[in-house]
Design a protein around this ligand. Structure first.
Ligand code: HEM
Length: 124
C-alpha cells in the first residue's frame, strides 16, 4: 500500500473532511492570511479544499470534474505568499490536524506533504 492509500485508509473521507472544516474554522479568524480568502464564500473554499484532498489521496475524482487540473501554483498566483504566509498556513494546518487527533504517523506524512506544497506556493 502506498502512502496516499495509507492516509485515506487511516483517516477515511470523514477524517479528511473534518481536517478541512477545522482548518477553515481557524483560518477565518486569522489576521495575516485569513483575509485572502473570499469572505462571502467560506463554504465554497472549504468544499474546494476538501475535494482536492479527497482527490489527492485517492478517494474520488470530484475535484477534477468540478475544477479541472489543480494547477495550484497558478491558482495561488493572485495572493502574495512569502515565508511568513507559508509558515502561518502550516501552523493553522498543524493546529487543525491536532484538534482532529490525527495519529502521529499520519500526521507526519500529511505535514510533510502540506509543507512541500506550501513552500512551492511561495511567489514573493
Ligand atoms: C502557502 C500558503 C497558502 C495560502 C496563503 C493559500 C491561500 C489560498 C487562497 C486565498 C485560496 C482561495 C480560496 C478559494 O476561494 O478557494 C486558496 C485556494 C486553494 N488552496 Fe491554498 N493557500 C496556501 C497553501 C496551500 C496548500 C499547501 C495547499 C494544498 C496542499 C492549498 C490548496 C488549495 C486548494 C486546493 C485551493 C482551491 C483551488 C481551486 O480554486 O480549485 N493551498 N488558497
Amino acid at each position: 500500500m502506498n502512502n496516499n492509500s495509507i492516509i485515506l485508509k487511516n483517516l477515511g473521507e470523514d477524517g479528511l473532511s473534518k481536517i478541512s472544516s477545522e482548518f477553515y474554522k481557524i483560518m477565518r479568524e486569522d489576521d495575516l492570511i485569513g483575509k485572502m480568502y473570499p469572505d462571502d464564500d467560506w463554504a465554497g473554499a472549504e468544499d474546494r479544499f476538501c475535494k482536492f484532498l479527497l482527490f489527492r489521496f485517492g478517494a474520488n475524482q470530484d475535484y477534477i470534474k468540478e475544477r479541472g487540473h489543480p494547477r495550484l501554483r497558478m491558482r495561488h498566483a493572485p495572493y502574495l505568499i512569502g515565508e511568513k504566509e507559508r509558515d502561518r498556513w502550516m501552523e493553522i494546518m498543524d493546529e487543525a490536524m491536532t484538534r482532529c487527533e490525527v495519529p502521529d504517523e499520519v500526521f507526519k506524512e500529511l505535514h510533510d506533504f502540506f509543507a512541500n506544497v506550501a513552500d512551492f506556493m511561495r511567489n514573493h
